[in-house]
Design a protein around this ligand. Structure first.
Ligand SMILES: NC(=O)C1=CN([C@@H]2O[C@H](COP(=O)(O)OP(=O)(O)OC[C@H]3O[C@@H](n4cnc5c(N)ncnc54)[C@H](O)[C@@H]3O)[C@@H](O)[C@H]2O)C=CC1
Ligand SMILES: O=Cc1ccc(S(=O)(=O)O)cc1
Length: 477
């Protein structure tokens, strides 16, 4: 497969093989074929990356914000130029259809551009003094070298968000992407380096996750940790960060409730929801995943979703006819299958789907389940797949209670024409972001992050650069 090359580490300004004993494999989820095998980073590779990151921090933070901004803008332009190849590599390693890969590369470019501009606005303050002869002001300064860990679902966009924010603030970054999807992220790092980001300001470590994260977080060089992924791993990262007193940003997904009120048009709601529900085969942290529909609209909603689900064309993401690719790995197929089986065993009605897709790939059909009891695992655990579990409700109080019944809160969705209901859903459902009559939730300009067990801190928006800055107070006589 000539479009897919063997992923390499980028350490101290050189692309090279890792020296670790472990071999890691990249598998094409559309057919199960191994695309590449590469050597993991060795502890010595990690040490070299850390020394380089310290040096890179000195060089990069010494540039003006304007120079850093220019590099990020150029990297965004390079990313767009290379989108056809990077998009293909992303589809090969991750499975999403080519159109979605192209969209992700564009989102990554937009992230870099947003932070290129925000980096120019890291203002300090002049503070009124209590003493006539003393002046106070504050300086915003980069916090130091950053360890960033990104997942396999949106490897390029989520890496661009962390790299963009940290680099714009003047920090150097050691990035560890998911071992399953390393190549398109490497392409992003190449764009940054070729755009003029000094070699040591960015390191790319591909390795055994726990080995890399424990070494990086324990190192005195690293001053900030950022992770996107599962709650289980997030807890481990947070525990390590706490042990070493490092500030941490965590984006840990959720289990986004959808409330479809009696006054909503159920068909219009389905048409809107489907724009996000089946994207990336449902593997989106903000994916709508628990559907509560007013009893008067319930059957129409279930039937409409089932009809859209049945019309989905599953297939290889390179095929133009494909509307939904495979899940990213075999373990994800096992996980969603177990949730569907459990829901059925608990009395849910299988309306459509509930079976694997074609061929040897990691496909699972879009699946609509009705009358799903609240205690079924699928209503408790983030499904991260093309599953649509639906349950009826009678009052808005009941729906909001169901939405708030879990200890997570990343995203939530509401469909209603009633201003009062919209206000209640917007203000009472516990979530970092609520979308009303839309599914557009994330863009570079909007803060993104969770409440409760969905994470700590915000990425993107005006808030996105904050975690990478520290404030120095200067008193002058
Ligand atoms: N918030 C988000 O965007 C994401 C959320 N998830 C959630 O995680 C669930 C499980 O995902 P899986 O990939 O099946 O399993 P998992 O939780 O084992 O995640 C594996 C990913 O986490 C990284 N990882 C694992 N251990 C790590 C460590 N000690 N240090 C640093 N990185 C580490 C790996 O690189 C790998 O890419 C999904 O069902 C979903 O709920 C997964 C990916 C992204
Ligand atoms: O992983 C978080 C995430 C990724 C993508 C999107 S969007 O569908 O492109 O808006 C939202 C959240």
């Amino acid at each position: 497969m000539s479009s897919y090359s063997t992923p390499q580490q980028y350490i101290a300004g050189r692309w090279r093989e890792g020296r670790g004993a472990a071999s890691l494999h990249v598998t094409n989820p559309a057919n199960g074929e191994v695309l590449a095998t590469y050597a993991a980073a060795h502890p010595q590779d990690i040490d070299e990356a850390l020394s380089a990151a310290q040096d890179g921090f000195s060089r990069w933070s010494a540039l003006t914000a304007l120079d850093r901004s220019a590099c990020l803008r150029k990297a965004a332009a390079l990313l767009r130029e290379r989108a056809p190849l990077l998009g293909l590599q992303l589809t090969l390693e991750q499975g999403k259809p080519l159109a979605e890969s192209g969209r992700e590369i564009e989102q990554a470019a937009q992230m870099l551009e947003w932070f290129a501009e925000e980096g120019r606005r890291c203002y300090g303050h002049t503070i009124p003094s209590r003493w006539p002869t003393t002046r106070f002001h504050t300086l915003r300064q980069p916090i130091g070298p950053v360890a960033a860990f990104t997942p396999w679902n949106f490897p390029v966009m989520l890496s661009a968000s962390k790299l963009g924010a940290a680099l714009a603030a003047g920090c150097s970054v050691v990035l560890k992407p998911a071992e399953e999807t390393p190549l398109a992220v490497s392409g992003l790092v190449r764009c940054l380096v070729e755009a003029g980001v000094p070699a040591n300001a960015v390191q790319l470590l591909l390795g055994v996750p726990a080995e890399v994260s424990s070494a990086l977080i324990a190192s005195p060089t690293i001053r900030k940790v950022s992770f996107t992924g599962s709650q289980a791993v997030g807890r481990q990262i947070a525990a390590l960060a706490g042990q070493h007193l490092k500030p941490v940003t965590l984006e840990l997904g959720g289990h986004a409730p959808v409330i479809v009120c009696a006054d909503a048009d159920p068909l219009a709601a389905v048409q809107t929801l489907v724009q996000i529900k089946l994207r990336n085969a449902g593997q989106i942290c903000a994916n709508p995943s628990r559907f509560f529909v007013h009893r008067s609209r319930y059957e129409a909603f279930v039937a409409a979703f089932a009809s859209v689900a049945r019309a989905t064309r599953m297939g290889d993401g390179r095929d133009a006819a494909t509307t939904m690719g495979p899940l990213a790995s075999e373990r994800r197929v096992r996980a969603v299958r177990a949730l569907v089986d459990d829901a059925r065993a608990q009395g849910a009605r299988l309306v459509c789907g509930g079976e694997p897709g074609p061929g040897l790939g990691f496909f699972y059909a879009p699946t609509v389940l009705a009358e799903v009891p609240a205690h079924a695992r699928i209503m408790q655990e983030e499904p991260f797949g093309p599953l649509v579990p639906v349950a009826p409700f009678d009052t808005l109080d009941e729906a909001i209670g169901l939405a708030n019944s879990l200890p997570v809160g990343l995203a939530a969705f509401g469909f209603t024409q009633d201003l009062h209901s919209a206000r209640r859903i917007g203000e009472e459902v516990r979530a970092g972001a609520v979308a009303l009559n839309t599914v557009a939730l994330m863009q570079p300009e909007t803060p993104f992050g969770g409440v409760l067990d969905s994470g700590i801190g915000r990425e993107n928006g005006l808030q996105g650069i904050e975690p990478y800055l520290t404030t120095r107070t200067i008193a002058t006589a």
